[in-house]
Design a protein. Structure first.
Length: 114
């Protein structure tokens, strides 16, 4: 396996970790019947990122409809630009799609496909 493939896998795994945490946030918000904006964790590839992205449950669900899509603070995709591209810019956040090897890893790690 090349260094690029290892890095792509590492990037996808980092983002999948944040996505899994956000799945828990979404579940809690539903349990409490929150219908306003909810604070989600930025799903960028930087393991030390602590930025918050605020969106409705419907907005989060629309991103999660694609296993390779993640929410990100604007500009945070640049750290993993070789394995990601912005597919949509929304109010206060970006929707970032994993590409190449990272997309396959992200898809395999999607908790909704388990």
């Amino acid at each position: 396996m090349t260094e690029t493939q290892l890095s792509a896998e590492r990037v996808a795994r980092n983002q999948a970790t944040f996505r899994k945490a956000n799945e828990g946030i979404q579940e809690a918000a539903r349990d409490y019947e929150l219908d306003d904006v909810v604070p989600f964790i930025c799903e960028c590839s930087e393991p030390s990122c602590v930025e918050i992205v605020r969106l409705t449950l419907a907005e989060y669900e629309s991103v999660r409809a694609e296993s390779t899509h993640f929410i990100s603070v604007p500009g945070h995709h640049r750290a993993a630009a070789a394995w990601a591209r912005v597919v949509e810019r929304r109010d206060g956040y970006e929707v970032v799609a994993k590409i190449g090897r990272a997309a396959g890893v992200a898809d395999a790690l999607d908790p909704r496909s388990e």
